[in-house]
Design a protein around this ligand. Sequence first.
Ligand code: URA
Length: 464
Amino acid sequence: MAVVTLAAEDDFDGWRAAARRLSLAGVPAADIVWQVGDTPVDLFGGGAEPAAAAPGAIFSVPRAFLSLAETAICHRDPQRFALLYTLLDRLRTQPGSIDDEADPLVRRIAGMAKAVRRDIHKMRAFLRFREIGEGDERRFVAWFEPEQHIVRANAGFFVRRFATMRWSILTPELSVHWDGETLTEAPGATKADAPDGDPLEQTWATYYVSIFNPARVKIGAMLKEMPRKYWKNMPETALVPGLIAGAQAREAGMIANARAEIGGNSQAAWEALREEAKGCTRCHLYKPATQTVFGEGPVDARLMLVGEQAGDQEDLAGRPFVGPAGQLLDRALAEAGIDRSAAYVTNAVKHFKFEQRGKRRIHAKPDGGEIQACHWWIDQERMLIRPPVTVALGATAARAMLGKIVTISRTRGQQHTLADGGECWVTVHPSYLLRIDDRARADDEYRQFVEDLRNAGQRALAAA
Ligand code: URA
């Protein structure tokens, strides 16, 4: 029996080195005991050091396995090391079996990786910092209880996202601390070690009330997405019952703006689609982003507005067009006589693409591959919503909708017919308007933008 002692629950490098050595030496999975730290080994006669590999032996497994294993190893299942080893050993002779989705082992490991990714997402979405100390002592502390061993895997995200803050994330197994320059680890903590509420929470609660949209509340979906176990550590959740209770009147007003009959099936299908998009990994942009920013609006909207991609604020809020460009869009829509809540607002690319410059996240333009990869989602959004009129805001949206690179000046003011029969109008992106320095020109461009929206809004009404 070979005993492998890994340094930590998520020690992928240690597992990989031992697994290579043992597989090369021909040791079957049943003859290996995997343990972490000094966890006692459950063996009859104690364990031996891992076997040595045959000299000159070559080792190769599909790259897809390594990335799957690196994620799945963060799962809490104690059998994960052995299961991964079994698959690795098999892949050496049958490399194609990694793609066999019907294979129970592949499915089990893929399921573990999925659970890990989901937990990583939950930590990014539901962790809340509380401020403590003053002046030089000021720092932010968060308490979180992950389901999987994801703290180390997720720490880089928080370093990038909160690079300027000094913070600590406390969890039962492991704590991580960032002092603005260095990330350090410490043992696990208890909830009592973390502060419980501060003035920041009041600001956050005010913000949450302002973005709370009762028409989008689906209690079942909300509980599924935001399990109650996270609620106790999130200041805004204390507000939710009251908001829901007061929601009916607001909801009635919003629904009055939509069609009288909402296709129940389309709504359910759209919600399922949005759920699915949360785990999108169709291109690399999901990695540094906080979350997928899916489209929003009624499923029977007659007008679809398509932007380029989520920006910095949209990435944090999880909703399209809520930052400066969104505010300008809201103003222009109102002037054009269009009720935003009756339109479906989405983006060609559903993750925020940015370059990290120092502490700031600078918007970066999505490329053709990213637009193409994300087309999957807008195609499905369109299939459900079937909007008769679409407005492409800016060149990236126009490229996504028309399927080719176009210039705004050549395509604006013309009716384009999309593959699904809907009509599409191209106009400028609101952030282009925000960048114009010359006041008179900015006013002029803005007026034209409002006219483009008005035209589209009227055509959408006529198409009813
Ligand atoms: N710009 C976009 O194109 N979309 C958004 O959602 C925000 C800014």
